[in-house]
Design a binder for this molecule. Sequence first.
Ligand code: FMN
Length: 256
Amino acid sequence: MSNDSTMKIFTVAFSLCLICSLLVSTAAVGLKSIQEDNKVKERKENILKAAGIYNEDKSVDELYKQIEPKVVDLGSGEYVDVDAAAYDQRKAAKDPASNIAITSEDDLAGIGQRAKYASVYLLKDGDKLKRVVLPLHGKGLWSTMYGFIALAPDFNTVKNFGFYEHAETPGLGGEVDNPNWKILWVDKKVYNEQGDPVIDVIKGNVSPTDPAAQYKVDGIAGATLTANGVENLVRYWLGKSGFGPYLKRLAAEGGV
Ligand SMILES: Cc1cc2nc3c(=O)[nH]c(=O)nc-3n(C[C@H](O)[C@H](O)[C@H](O)COP(=O)(O)O)c2cc1C
């Protein structure tokens, strides 16, 4: 066939497309299991970071043996007999068979619906509970932010807090990732004496002489809308429609 023939141009273009699509699909299928493994590893790493025991010199799987994952029915606060390692709360939140709609007046986190069951991660020292790590998510300004909060065994004191996924603006809302901001959460209290979540991300800086300083966290300059989203999602997830019943039960039963 001559190089100028229309037939040859189409044959070469078609063959090239076929070879490239074969290469891409082979790579996608061949690498799928590695991608899945990496996703699981990344999730474990985030949980270890929230629990405060991540160490980059140690194997994630080895460190993760200290974590006891469980699945909780958020309505009753009781554990349910579901394989915690396989449970995917984000997937369950999208499935009408496993989610519930959140009424607009209850929907502080701006998420519309949530899974009926939630994953929780316990860090224990022998039989003694050291940390409970809870997943939470909610709307910032531009994106849904996903993170973990770790509470001390009083189920009120924050020991760690951070997001592992969001799309807020770097330098503005993205400052939720700034270690200097995240550290401001450590040792803050979530609940007032009546047991209501009152944690407050204020505009500006918390005065050390403020009698309610233990419930307040400095805002993020130029990113009040993201900061409000953070406050709201923490209040939602630690409130009566989120982990409230579970944490109350743990407190009543001595943290088991
Ligand atoms: C391009 C652009 C990106 C912005 N990104 C964010 C953001 O990620 N989070 C946020 O709270 N505000 C963001 N803002 C600012 C908000 O519109 C708003 O002004 C701000 O949240 C108010 O906070 P302030 O009262 O602390 O200034 C952005 C503004 C612009 C122009």
